[in-house]
Design a protein around this ligand. Structure first.
Ligand code: HEC
Length: 105
């Protein structure tokens, strides 16, 4: 009875760890440009394609706004890390950059 209970609890804890987005502690300095932020924090995962070398994202039109993008960067996703140390001002600049470099579907 008891050993079984313990096993279940360990399994639950392990599953939560797998589901939670990991966190990236990247923090730009005051004068970091949005291009530099992209290169430092996003380019490892979001890149252009042969057909659209300057478009690093493919966004659904309903998500193509600064509020959604800022939220996404702050909160992360299932596979995308969250960036809790980016300021509102950083997120504002970066969101404009994302919109300029997105194919809107
Ligand atoms: C470790 C890889 C990784 C890094 C680094 C990363 N992303 Fe992502 N991003 C993803 C993945 C995978 C998805 C889609 C799945 C998900 O939401 O987890 C995604 C989704 C997004 C979306 C949503 C696109 C849509 O159509 O809804 C935006 C916007 C985005 N990322 C912006 C950024 C920005 C800006 C940065 C840099 C600050 C960044 N990402 C860094 C992996 C990453």
């Amino acid at each position: 009875m008891f050993p079984l209970l313990k096993m279940t609890r360990i399994t639950v804890v392990a599953s939560i760890g797998l589901l939670a987005a990991c966190s990236n502690d990247y923090q730009p300095s005051e004068n970091t440009t949005e291009q530099e932020m992209y290169e430092a924090a996003c380019a490892s995962c979001h890149t252009g394609s042969a057909e659209a070398p300057n478009k690093y994202w493919a966004m659904d039109s309903k998500n193509a706004n600064k509020t959604y993008i800022s939220y996404k960067v702050k909160a992360g996703g299932l596979r995308m890390p969250k960036f809790p140390n980016m300021s509102t001002n950083d997120l504002e600049k970066l969101s404009v950059f994302v919109l300029e470099h997105s194919t809107i579907k």
